[in-house]
Design a protein around this ligand. Structure first.
Ligand SMILES: [Zn+2]
Length: 495
């Protein structure tokens, strides 16, 4: 087995022609010692609610996802260019290539014998492996099953067939359309294909293989959809614009495979292309096992330890959990509402953290305005932005943009006097005053996104990004409050 395993991984030594050697396929799944796979048990009773055909379809989908991790294994490399780009290629060559397919997220780029750049579609480049892993057939068998029984779901069937076809034709948009056009959420769902640019360490252009399979958490999904609609309703009233179509799914996840398993995402927003999002709408999946795990082991202890005791007096774990979930949804939705264009060109390296900051702030301010929620709930969500900031500090090497955003969110109200740090805990007197500061910072961030330059973002960062604050949290110190009339505050109110 181990021998066979090595064969498939070394089958395409230079990301080039597939080796004529027989690849190791037609065999049961291997243990996940080289593949990025995370598997979870479904909560008790969830699987029992599926009929026999759904259960059969589900097992085909889980197998397809597990095997998709083999394709991701072919896309992992210690060389930042490999396997997406050839050795020695420069940014300029990519930028100036006459064939736009070179810059497509769905292609693998190589030099031909004459030194000319050629772009091969990923579904074709990995076609032999995809075929030998029998992935397309598994998707089709799952599709057949979803058309049978009392819970048959023809929309899911059409989606799975389109997904299987996309691996033969490279038409990924057709299956995405099927997936996003339905109003309701299917009981079973699979997210599957080439997405997200994290594995292309050279240029962050190319997508990589990833998949997840799960069963719908109907109650949490319905609540999340309600919250989302209420939030977007506020946004529409506030901006006079029509909100984009966004779906939310809370998923009892059974498996994550490939890139998504490697990076341990709690949620996934799809599609990645902004123009597809506008055209087809988008969907945000929350991976419930991850969410629960992080909430219980990190978010909740952080909230209990870093926020003034009186401020969270009487807050049950369940109350905090709901606020944590909605805070994530609000942030994620905000990604579809980011104003301005050409961010990368104007803001350069500052782009990602400015966007994260904007989404955090819009989430907070929006949360405060959702009709039908208690003020106490948005206050707890706010508290969690502060206590989660400490977790972002712990994860700062992996996700520096989160760390920047949450540190600025904490520093801004501190420097404006609405928030303090006492004995290692955050405390505030007037909750509305903190939210007022957030609104000011939100409009400042919005200006940067709409027509700011990289130096504007830098200035904001220099003023408010001060991670020394976490030392005061850890050693339970009193963070020095700034002077009442600091030059910063006049700068802010005049902008
Ligand atoms: Zn984000």
């Amino acid at each position: 087995m181990a021998q066979e395993r090595r064969v498939i991984l070394s089958a395409i030594p230079n990301g080039g022609e597939a080796s004529p050697r027989r690849l190791a396929i037609s065999r049961p799944e291997l243990p996940s010692y080289t593949r990025h796979i995370r598997e979870f048990n479904l909560p008790a009773g969830v699987e029992e609610e599926l009929d026999e055909h759904q259960r059969q379809a589900f097992s085909y989908l889980v197998r397809a996802a597990r095997r998709w991790a083999d394709i991701y294994a072919l896309q992992e490399s210690t060389d930042p260019r490999k396997p997406f780009w050839p050795q020695g290629i420069t940014r300029r060559e990519v930028r100036e290539a006459s064939d736009p397919e070179v810059r497509s997220p769905y292609t693998i780029v190589e030099y031909d014998q004459n030194g000319k750049l050629v772009a091969r579609p990923m579904h074709d480049f990995y076609g032999k492996q995809i075929k030998e892993l029998d992935i397309i057939r598994l998707l089709r068998k799952a599709a057949d099953e979803t058309g049978k029984g009392r819970n048959r779901d023809f929309k899911l069937q059409a989606y799975l067939r389109a997904k299987a076809r996309s691996l033969e034709t490279g038409d990924f948009k057709a299956s995405e359309r099927r997936w996003l056009e339905r109003e309701d959420e299917p009981d079973l769902d699979i997210f599957f294909g080439f997405y997200d640019t994290y594995s292309d360490e050279f240029l962050s252009i190319k997508y990589a293989a990833e998949a997840s399979v799960g069963v719908l958490d109907r109650q949490a999904t319905d609540d999340s959809q309600w919250f989302k609609s209420a939030l977007l309703g506020w946004w529409e009233r506030e901006t006079g614009r029509v909100a984009p179509r966004i779906k939310v799914r809370v998923d009892h996840t059974r498996i994550q495979a490939g890139q998504v398993a490697k990076y341990e995402f709690t949620g996934m927003s799809i599609p990645c292309q902004m123009d597809w999002r506008e055209e087809l709408g988008s969907k945000f999946i929350i991976y419930r096992p991850f969410f629960e795990d992080k909430f219980r082991h990190r978010r909740l202890p952080s909230l209990r330890n870093l926020i003034d005791k009186d401020k969270i007096d009487g807050i049950t774990d369940g109350f905090a959990r709901l606020a944590a979930l909605r805070k994530i949804i609000a942030h994620e939705i905000s990604h579809s509402l980011v104003p301005g264009e050409n961010h990368q060109e104007r803001l350069g390296q500052e782009t990602t953290w400015v966007k994260e900051l904007y989404c955090d702030l819009l989430a907070l301010v929006g949360y405060r305005h959702v009709k039908g929620l208690s003020m106490r709930e948005s206050e707890i969500a706010m508290a969690m932005f502060f206590s989660d900031g400490y977790l972002d500090y712990e994860d700062r090497r992996r996700r520096p943009e989160y760390h920047r955003s949450s540190t600025i969110i904490t520093q801004y109200p501190i420097q404006h006097g609405s928030l303090s740090l006492l004995d290692g805990r955050f405390i505030w007197h007037e909750t509305p005053a903190v939210f007022e500061d957030f609104s000011e910072l939100l409009s400042e961030t919005q200006d940067i996104l709409i027509d700011g330059k990289s130096k504007d973002a830098q200035r904001l960062r220099e003023r408010y990004f001060d991670p020394t604050i976490y030392r005061y949290l850890i050693f339970k110190g009193i963070y020095p409050q700034p002077e009442e009339t600091s030059p910063d505050s006049t700068l802010v109110s005049s902008s």
